[in-house]
Design a protein around this ligand. Sequence first.
Ligand code: CAO
Length: 410
Amino acid sequence: MVTELKVPDIGSDGQVDVIEVMVKSGDTISLNDSLVTLESDKASMEVPAEAAGKIVTIHVKVGDKVKTGDKLVSLESAGSSETKKTESPKAESAKVAEPTAKVATPEPVIVNGTSDGLYAGPSVRRLARELGLDLSKIRGSGDKGRITKTDLTGHIKQSMSGGGGVGYAPLPEVDFSQFGAVERKPLNKIKKLTGQFTHRSWVSIPHVTQFDEADITVMEAFRKEQQDMAKQAGVKLTPLIFIMKAVVKALQTYPQFNASLSADGQDLILKQYFHLGVAVDTPNGLVVPVIRDVDQKGLLQLAKELGEISAKAREKGLTPKEMAGNCFTISSLGGIGGTGFTPIVNGTDVAILGVSKAKMQPVYQDGNFVPRLIMPFSLSYDHRVIDGAEAARFTQFLAQALSDIRTLLL
Ligand code: CAO
C-alpha cells in the first residue's frame, strides 16, 4: 500500500522553505525518522515520518516552498503496526505527522537522530550550515553525543587558536638569546600584510607547480635590436614586457586561467578583461601593482607603465586601487637569478607565473648542439580549478609563443 506523507500543520497558512532533504528514493525508513527540514523566517523544524516503509517517490527538493498538506514523500508502507496512531481527525485525513517543533516557536530545541547519524537540533544544523562547518567533525557534548551551539563555538575557537583546525601544533615561543646574541626587529607593514596574504593562499589553495622553459633566442635578438628605439622613447624594454603579451595570448586561448573561483567555491568567474599583477621588489618588501588592459597595449606603452608603476612602488608607495583588479600575476626573478621557483597564487587569481633567469645552453638540433638562450619558468595553479594537463598545455603554449613572437600577432 502506498502512503503519502505530507507537510504537517505548521501553524500558519504561509509557505516555508525546504532546506534539507534527509532521505532518498529507495531508503527504508522507520517511524519518526526525519524526512526534511523546513525553515520559515522564525524557526526551522525537522519533519518526522508518521509511517515506516520504503520511499518510492520524493516530491520535494532543497529550495522548494511548501505549505501545510503538501506532499513530501510517497511510501510503500511496512504495515499498520508501524504507522503512528493519532486521535486527531485532521491529522488522520491529511496523513500528516505532528511536527517536532512549531514554526511559530522562535528557538526550537528538538533533537532528532537523523539519517546522517548525528544528533543536532535544526537551529544547530542551520548555524553549522551558515558557518560552513561539517557537523561530522564536531564532538557533541550533550545527551547521546548531541551537538550544541556551544560545541560549534568551541570548535571555531579551537580552529582559530594555534591551527588545531588544520591539524598542526602551534610553534613554541623560544627564547633564542639562550643560544647567542639576538636583535628583535618588528616586521614592517608591507611584510606583515604579505605574510597574511601568502599564508592565506598557501593554506586555502591546493597548489601545484608546473615547470617549463622557452627558447627566447629570437625574442632576445629582436629586443636588443629595438633597444635604441625604446631608449629614445624613454622606456626600457625587458623580457618581461614580451612575457606579459605572451601571457595574455595564453589567457585568451585558455580562459579558465583568466578567472576566479567564487567565494563559495561553486562557480568559476571568467573575466573578459586582461589586467596583470606584476610582483615588484621594493626596499620595504613585495608589492603587486596591476597593469590594466594588457591586451590593448603595445610593447612600448607596457614598458612605460611598468617602469612608472614599479618606480612609484619603490619610491612613494601604491594606492589600493593600483593594486586591485588582477586576473593573473607574473613574478619575475629573471633580473636576479635562479633556475626555478614555486610562486604562491596571488589573492583571488587561479594561477601565477614565475620567471627565472635565461641562460645560453647547448640544444641538440638536427644532429648538432647549438647555443640557444633558454628561459626557465614555472606556473603555480589552483588545482581546484586547473588540472595538470591544462597547466602543461598552458605552459607549452607560452613557451611556443615566446620562441616565436610572430605568433603574438595572430
Ligand atoms: N632572463 C635573463 N635576464 C633577464 C630576465 C630573464 N628572465 N628578466 C630580466 N632580465 C634582465 C633585464 O633584461 C635587465 O637586464 P639589462 O639591465 O642588462 O637590460 C635586468 O635583468 C634587470 O631587469 P629588471 O629587473 O630591471 O626589469 P624587469 O622588467 O625584468 O622586472 C620588476 C621589473 C619590477 C618586475 C623587477 O625589477 C622586480 O622587482 N622583480 C622582483 C619580483 C619579485 O620580487 N618576485 C618575487 C616575488 S615572491 O613570489
